[in-house]
Design a binder for this molecule. Structure first.
Ligand code: GRF
Length: 217
């Protein structure tokens, strides 16, 4: 890509291993984004430490002090907008976004969800895949809309569930996949190859009803 890299805000609530994957890819020169700010709703999120070590500005606003979801989201956006972000990456940000926030950054918010959406939106995805006896499981990068875990999909990483595998083991394998597919998907957005248009994902100028799929061991 040419010009300045896409200004990107990464939102976290916890450990931030996906954030670390972004930091590492950018440092290697393998991802043409600039991480302008890392935001957390929790001051103790370890991901903030990862950002500080990488010299990335951080911001924290605790949601508990706000009377409702939208007033918190407006405060978050006011903070983020100081950095004029062009892309918002949700990386383990454990807050449901208000319609106001989604509209404010319409088509510019990415999320990663540890399931092969539309299967298993919400929590406990690994156990639910095991309980269902699924052959495949994985993770999905998608654009964020007002529907929880329901926005148009971009890229899925999938793996075969091993016989006798536990939810913990599965979670570790899925997380390793996330560290590959999330920076990849964001890079495609940054390069202009993937876009959100008319409520759908477009890949290389074509409407994509199905996400791209990568298969892992
Ligand atoms: C990831 O598994 C992601 O799918 C989910 O939250 C988790 C974040 O993990 N949305 P980390 O904080 O990036 O380690």
């Amino acid at each position: 890509m040419t010009g300045t890299p896409l200004q990107t805000a990464i939102l976290i609530s916890g450990s931030g291993t996906n954030l670390q994957a972004f930091i590492d890819r950018v440092a290697e020169g393998a991802l043409a984004l600039e991480i302008s700010v890392v935001f957390s709703n929790r001051p103790d999120a370890f991901g903030l430490e990862r950002a500080r070590r990488a010299g990335i500005p951080t911001a924290v606003i605790e949601h508990g002090a706000f009377p409702d979801r939208e007033s918190f989201d407006r405060a978050v956006a006011a903070e983020l907008d100081r950095y004029a972000p062009e892309l918002i990456v949700l990386a383990g940000f454990m807050r449901i976004l208000s319609p106001w926030f989604v509209a404010h950054y319409r088509g510019r918010i990415l999320n990663i969800h540890p399931a092969l959406l539309p299967k298993y939106p919400g929590l406990d995805t690994h156990q639910r895949a095991l309980d269902a006896g699924d052959e495949w499981h994985g993770s999905t990068v998608h654009f964020v809309t007002e529907e929880l875990d329901g926005g148009p999909r971009i890229l899925q990483g999938r793996l075969r569930i091993f016989p006798g595998e536990t939810a913990d083991e599965l979670q570790h394998r899925v997380q390793a996949i996330e560290h590959r597919i999330y920076p990849e998907a964001a890079g495609l957005v940054g390069a202009g190859r993937v876009a959100f248009r008319d409520g759908e994902t477009w890949i290389d100028g074509r409407r994509a009803a199905e996400p791209m799929i990568r298969t892992f061991d």
